[in-house]
Design a binder for this molecule. Structure first.
Ligand code: SF4
Length: 341
């Protein structure tokens, strides 16, 4: 009931809001899709088989564009994939950020796999500290710990507190570090039960790998359940944006929906000249959510899942994955990594 009222209110408000991009206030730069892990919940579908890395000179252009849009380094975070997958490359990125006056960086995200010894952790953190960051975020949950020993996270936190002082290293979510389960020793069935338990507690964004690997663990519904669940907030009015290694600009956290490419058009122009009529798929999502897209996909040959869809984002992902295969909606559906493992 509460949800229905909230949706009705959101639909009403939508009529009065301009269909323009909000002024972005924070941004993630996905330096790479490469990762030592292939977490089941990864909405970007990153993993060891992925190769894409943002060229350092392109990072420079992106940082200059963020500056034009009023950003400082503190409004940015470096993420992936795993930014520490190629440490030398990460340092090159920090050097560019330094040359462009975009340090300290707001946040650097990692799964901490590289904290294999105190010595490595200390050396790398000391170097990063010299560049300047506000937060070193270490992911810690059953999904990551399928691939990263919990001991590495403990080392990251302990050495991080020593090198940076308290408060810079943030392990999130923290409760799993306090009560860990040795995910690496479990059977597939045991892991599935743990994942199911997490999903019962909080919904996850079912796009990317999560759509393919986790969506069947929760209740699924016929596509009609998501009628009129529009996406204006996420696609236009949220003040967050992500840039992927290929230069694709993802509104908010909707990986796989590109509203422009910074390798073709400067970021500030993508933002300032945004006209929803140039983005037919985004326009449909803003007006009516993913159901009309799915209906189009079905008309074009997609087999509607008889088991249904776990959420509107899952519905959206399935429609877009079909569009990716068939070329429908062209550049709005990108990159390949979001759709293909
Ligand atoms: S349904 Fe699609 S566009 Fe809407 S929030 Fe989910 S992923 Fe983003």
């Amino acid at each position: 009931m509460k949800k229905a009222v909230a949706r009705a209110y959101a639909n009403l408000m939508r009529k009065f809001r301009p269909r323009k991009l909000a002024k972005w206030k924070s941004a993630g730069i996905l330096l790479t899709y490469r990762c030592n892990a292939a977490c089941a919940h990864c909405y970007e579908n990153s993993g060891p088989s992925k190769r894409a890395v943002m060229p350092v000179e392109h990072l420079r252009e992106v940082l200059r564009e963020f500056k034009k849009l009023g950003f400082t380094g503190r409004d940015l975070h470096f993420a992936g994939g795993e930014p520490f997958f190629d440490y030398k490359y990460l340092i090159d990125c920090f050097n560019v950020a330094k040359e462009e006056g975009m340090l300290p960086l707001g946040k650097l995200e990692t799964n901490g796999f590289w904290c294999k010894t105190d010595k490595i952790a200390r050396e790398r953190m000391t170097e990063i500290k010299d560049f300047g960051i506000d937060t070193l975020l270490i992911s810690c949950d059953p999904f990551h710990q399928e691939f990263v020993p919990i001991e590495a996270v403990r080392t990251a936190e302990r050495i991080g507190n020593e090198v940076f002082g308290e408060g810079v290293v943030v392990v999130a979510p923290r409760n799993f570090l306090e009560n860990p389960v040795d995910m690496m020793s479990l059977t597939e069935d045991q892991k599935t039960e743990i994942f199911r338990g997490i999903l019962d507690e909080r919904p996850l964004r079912m796009i990317g790998r999560a759509a393919n690997v986790l969506a069947h663990l929760v209740e699924n519904f016929p596509k009609e359940k998501f009628a009129d669940d529009h996406c204006g907030k996420k696609l236009l009015w949220k003040k967050t944006v992500h840039i992927d290694p290929h230069g694709n600009v993802f509104p908010s956290v909707c990986a796989g929906i590109s509203i422009g490419n910074t390798m073709k058009t400067p970021l500030s122009k993508i933002h300032d000249d945004f006209d929803i009529n140039d983005h037919p798929m985004v326009r449909k999502l803003v007006d009516n959510g993913p159901l009309p897209l799915m209906e189009e996909a079905i008309q074009a040959g997609f087999a509607d899942r008889k088991e249904g869809y776990s959420s509107k984002c899952h519905l959206c992902h399935e429609a877009r994955a079909f569009f990716w295969q068939t070329g429908m909606y062209g550049d709005e559906v990108a990159p390949e990594e979001a759709y293909v493992d």
